[in-house]
Design a protein around this ligand. Structure first.
Ligand code: HEM
Length: 381
């Protein structure tokens, strides 16, 4: 009898060893396959897949459905980034000693200071407590920008927008995947968004992890986190992503008093405490990461973070939010209402900073449609 137990034990031990070995082999093969699939060179041009225009129209319908679902009793809010922590005035100064190859578009003139508005937000489609995990948004609008605007019907704007959130990559690669994912989410089927069918080849496990990582705990203040463009843009002749990172060394030393994070709007309170109560400015750097097409830095896949060891971020401008009183009823209404022309859109700007890649082409149609719908409904109220 005891021999039987010994044999059974040995058999189980061997089986476990085999399973472990198979698991390790599978993991090694998957890693090698992923590295092979995700290695350069990549195209430096946009590659537009068939059917993108039709898919975009479907996405617009879903987006309008979301705006209707989340309307406040009196106001239609944005379809994404509905809750603002505030719209604040900012100075954006191009580095006085900017290297000549980085002098592009609004960064052409070293030392130039642009007046700007910055809207800080939570990413969610409807307002919720700031302590809930979420992406945090930053949208910058430079004003009085001379030159032809990208959108023919927006020539009176004279603006350059930079629209970012607090994670370096997106939870979908392209328009086709976005359509499938967002339609499932709008129906409340979050699981189906990443696992659309029984075929394991359709499962988006990596993208699910990106989505979970994007929904991160709140920072202490909207001035204490880094914001990424996520998608690529032209930078003169080159392609680039950009980011805005805190730069406390360029501002007076400041320690934000601990905020009560149980309060629903503590991020607004933190911003207000620094800029309005304590009258201390907040500083950031605006940085550009240029594409090296020899590396795996694709234009058409926003789920891929461009690695800093493939191409570093380079500072092109400094942003200062001066001390100010932004949290007033009039300024808060202005922050969210287009009758004050306050819409942010990566397509408001110059050819030198043209948005590129499928997700940006999609945003061109969706932001316009949702913004128009939201403002027309608000005008009817
Ligand atoms: C590359 C990734 C993206 C980033 C970094 C991003 C970031 C942002 C930010 C920060 C805002 C708020 C702008 C403001 O403060 O007014 C915003 C708004 C919005 N986003 Fe995105 N977004 C991205 C992708 C998308 C995609 C793929 C869609 C849908 C196709 C989308 C749809 C919208 C809409 C509809 C609004 C509201 C526009 C309005 O009503 O004015 N975004 N986005």
């Amino acid at each position: 009898m005891s021999r039987l137990w010994v044999r059974l034990g040995a058999f189980l031990g061997k089986s476990l060893q085999c399973l472990l070995g198979l698991g390790l082999l599978g993991w090694a093969l998957a890693t090698a396959w992923f590295a092979w699939q995700h290695s350069g060179p990549v195209s430096a041009d946009e590659l537009i897949p068939d059917g993108e225009v039709a898919m975009t129209q479907e996405i617009i319908q879903t987006a309008v459905r979301i705006v209707d679902q989340h309307r406040e009793s009196t106001r239609y809010l944005r379809d994404a980034h509905a809750k603002a922590h505030g719209c604040v005035k900012a100075d954006v100064q191009v580095l006085p000693d900017l290297a000549s190859e980085l002098r592009q578009g609004v960064f052409s003139e070293p030392g130039k200071t642009w007046q700007a508005t910055v809207r800080l937000s939570n990413g969610n489609a409807y307002p919720q407590f700031d302590s809930i995990r979420d992406a945090r948004g930053m949208a910058i609008k430079l004003m009085d920008v001379p030159g032809k605007q990208l959108l023919d019907d927006q020539q009176s704007r004279h603006e350059q927008d930079f629209v970012m959130f607090s994670h370096p990559n997106f939870f979908v690669s392209d328009v086709a995947e976005y359509r499938q994912n967002v339609a499932a989410q709008a129906d409340g089927k979050t699981f189906k968004a990443f696992f659309p069918g029984w075929d394991p080849r359709t499962w988006q496990v990596r993208h699910l992890f990106v989505a979970l990582a994007t929904l991160s705990p709140a920072p202490q203040s909207p001035t204490q986190t880094t914001y990424f463009s996520v998608s690529p843009y032209k930078f003169g002749e080159a392609n680039a992503k950009f980011r805005v990172a805190p730069d406390p060394d360029s501002c007076p030393t400041y320690a934000l008093p601990a905020q009560n994070q149980k309060l629903p709007n503590f991020l607004r309170a933190a911003l207000n405490q620094q800029l309005s109560t304590d009258r201390v400015p907040a500083c950031f750097v605006l940085q550009i990461q240029r594409q090296d097409p020899r590396k795996y830095m694709p234009i058409e896949d926003t789920s891929i973070e461009w690695q800093e060891n493939d191409a570093p971020f380079q500072t092109v401008a400094r942003i200062k939010l001066p001390a100010q009183d932004f949290d007033t009823p009039a300024l808060n209404l202005q922050c969210d209402n287009q009758s004050f022309n306050q819409s942010f859109n990566p397509w408001f700007g110059l050819e030198a900073h043209r948005p590129i890649g499928g997700i940006n082409r999609l945003r061109k149609a969706v932001y316009e449609a949702v913004s128009d719908y939201r403002h027309s409904r608000n005008a009817e109220q």
